[in-house]
Write a protein of this length. Sequence first.
Length: 107
Amino acid sequence: MAGEPPLSEVMAALADPTRWRVLAMLSERERSASALCRELPVSRAAVIKHLGVLERGGLVRRRRVGREVRFVPRPERLSDTARRLDEIASAWDARLDALRRLAKDSD
């Protein structure tokens, strides 16, 4: 998608187990940073940093509800990332098949 962060930022955001847990929690229902920190073994400041990384990766977005800021996942971004990873895997499979054919032909 145009204007989306590069795949490397998405992968960096997903590289941390706490951020995976945050995404899983947000997939159940939207939450504020305060609500997340009550359920995680990290400080509110750490939760805010994790949310910032997820937001920069395009994996969550913030939504204001009254005075509260809640975070919601962006499932379309995860789907796009999965599609791109499938494309990369398919390209590598094609390369490996070509190498196997070359190795077999040289026998």
